[in-house]
Design a binder for this molecule. Sequence first.
Ligand code: ZN
Length: 198
Amino acid sequence: MEYYSRQISRLIQELSALPGIGAKTAQRLAFHILNMSEEAVQALSASIIEAKQNVCYCRECYTLTDEELCPICKDSARDHKVIMVVENTRDLAAYEKTGKYEGVYHVLHGAISPMLGIGPNDIRLKELMQRLAKEVDEVIIATNSSLEGETTAMYVSKLIKPTGIRVTRIASGVPVGGDLEYIDEVTLLRALEGRREL
Ligand code: ZN
């Protein structure tokens, strides 16, 4: 990349550090940014910095939000007695896009993976158990169908079982190892409707 000046190279380098951005895409984005108006670039960089500074975890469900309580937890029209457990905020968004789920969520921020050294204490499991002290009718486990997701589902269900709260798992049909966010809404809805008791 020596044929680019130092600042252009730096921009390309920063962009190519992002997930899914290869060297070619990074170059294309860098030149696109350099061609943008000064205001547009300011708006882009301000949105990155402000999001980073203000985004925190929802006090209730631990999704990423910029308020103490996220809009879903704040919504009294939703069924707060049904909690869907997902691995991350992107998975939550995937279910929200179906527009059919009326309960609330709990975001674990990861999944148990003995191989990667991620244990139950490294995800927001304790926080989930604390929520179950309130009145809860059902916990729907919607972790991915990857090895980690299944391990987490089993662990969570064993933990909840003694409380007597109904525990269900979304139906398979969600491709193995497939990130929930890449699955179409119809498949997600079918998985949700076909959930079974654990
Ligand atoms: Zn929330």
